[in-house]
Design a protein around this ligand. Structure first.
Ligand code: GDP
Ligand code: MG
Length: 162
């Protein structure tokens, strides 16, 4: 294992979709046991000749936590556990207040961050990427996790920073 990467981002940006896409066949396990999150959150990703461990922090949940606390906890876990953090946002919503808060926290932590703007399914949405320079992080990568666009570029960038 070369290192650990963690995906962070607000709910619904496509973290689980990206996680499943990067893991290929080894899909997220969904189980409806009450109160227990059984989403698969760890997996090993092979890229070219290397392997790294991937964490989907969105699958780490505690009950009775409000939205903001939950994202905060997920980002803390990523900062603690990962060598490289994949910060996922969405071209459909653009930069939100939660994105700004996450970016602030990541800049402070000083860990390598790969900024990826998901749901950039077409050229018009890909143009939204320029908005994300205001986060003051790395140059954003455009992705479409559900269509499988930009995945190779993302993996190259993660490996570069690991
Ligand atoms: P998470 O909450 O961040 O884990 O997000 P999910 O992976 O559960 O995805 C939330 C929703 O966004 C689902 O309906 C996905 O199908 C959708 N989604 C994920 N990736 C893309 C994408 O690249 N393009 C579009 N249009 N939808 C996506
Ligand atoms: Mg998820």
């Amino acid at each position: 294992i070369r290192g650990v990467a963690a995906i962070v981002g607000r709910p619904n940006v496509g973290k689980s979709t990206l996680f499943n896409r990067l893991l290929g066949e080894r899909k997220s396990i969904v189980d409806d046991t009450p109160g227990v999150t059984r989403d698969r959150i760890y997996g090993d990703v092979e890229w070219l000749t290397q392997t790294f461990r991937l964490i989907d922090t969105g699958g780490i949940q505690l009950e009775d936590q409000d939205f903001g606390d939950e994202i905060n906890m997920q980002v803390d876990i990523a900062i603690e556990e990962a060598d490289v953090i994949i910060f996922l946002a969405s071209a459909r919503e653009g930069v939100t207040a939660d994105d700004l808060a996450i970016a602030r926290k990541l800049r402070k932590a000083g860990k390598p961050v790969v900024l990826a703007v998901n749901k950039a399914d077409n050229e018009k949405l890909q143009m939204e990427v320029y908005d994300f320079y205001q986060l003051g992080l790395d140059d954003p990568i455009t992705l479409s996790a559900s269509h499988g666009i930009g995945i190779g570029d993302l993996l190259d960038r993660v490996m570069e920073k690991m």
